[in-house]
Design a protein around this ligand. Sequence first.
Ligand SMILES: Cc1cc2nc3c(=O)[nH]c(=O)nc-3n(C[C@H](O)[C@H](O)[C@H](O)COP(=O)(O)OP(=O)(O)OC[C@H]3O[C@@H](n4cnc5c(N)ncnc54)[C@H](O)[C@@H]3O)c2cc1C
Length: 314
Amino acid sequence: MSAQFENTVIVGTGCAGLTAAIYTGRANLSPLVLEGILPGGQLTTTSEVENFPGFPEGVDGFQLMQNLRKQAKKFGTRYESGSVTGLDVSQWPYTVKLTDREIRAKTIIIATGASPRLTGVPGEKELYGGKGVTTCATCDGAFYRSMDVVVIGGGDSAAEEALFLTRFASKIYLVHRRDSLRASKIMADRALAHPKIKPVWDSVPVSVEGVKEGAVSGLKVKNLKTGAESIIAAKGIFVAIGHVPNTAPFKGVVDTNDQGYFVATGLSQVKTKTPGVYVAGDCADHVYRQAVTAAGMGCAAAIEAERWLAEHGG
Ligand SMILES: Cc1cc2nc3c(=O)[nH]c(=O)nc-3n(C[C@H](O)[C@H](O)[C@H](O)COP(=O)(O)OP(=O)(O)OC[C@H]3O[C@@H](n4cnc5c(N)ncnc54)[C@H](O)[C@@H]3O)c2cc1C
């Protein structure tokens, strides 16, 4: 297996990775970007993005990522397909491992994102992203003004998503498999006291309705106590059962918290305990999880990488 040598390797082509590529590219570092299994990242799975600054009319998620990719390419970014399977930082330049090759890199920016958890019921995948099933109320809540929606989940994020949706939706059905929320007491009390939020207890999703029509028309649920099935009519379904950060290949090398998200060192949001190795975007942020915050972290990681290289022989 022969190794190639790089100044900067960026892992991931979401908003964080591509913004890091724009900045390191403009700093003449000729970054190499590894795309992973979802080139363009999570935003390619949605249609309209209305909250990315600079697009007053909104922008198609796929198009936005194509633009970022093009912009980074203009400044000398190179792209290679492949997924990282491991990282060795015992010797500098560090070794990025892929299934078929190894790459030696002076600096590494890990921007592998997070994957929203889905329930796996029929119809969910078909109607995900722009057709009514979503995993982000902050991103998509405003599309459901004066409509009935469903939130699936019982933890803090489900309660938070439901409360956020009360600004737009007429009614929010909160579907949970138990007869009380797992969320913290304060969040649960606030959600359950809201007149627009109606809990649907002891119930699990069975299928998302509307596949034939190409848009969500409701959620079929099953009551676990009675076995009865019913359909909740709704235009939007918000799945709020958590995210899985894509950090497994770096386990033991880059510190993570108990949910598996990367944790940065010191005051910085992007520096790790290994000099020259940075993290950015949703893989290191379980709080905001937005395109613009991921891009901001990508920018910060790139500036840190550039400064570190300037001091340590870039
Ligand atoms: C349906 C949906 C709608 C959304 N709508 C909005 C919106 O309207 N506005 C908004 O601000 N945000 C929205 N978001 C959230 C936004 O998409 C994310 O916050 C943003 O994409 C995070 O960017 P990222 O670069 O951190 O990671 P991601 O976009 O998750 O990209 C991760 C990248 O890493 C790559 N990767 C992963 N593992 C590996 C590996 N081992 N090796 C190599 N590469 C790897 C993947 O292939 C991918 O390219 C939405 C999310 C979803 C799911």
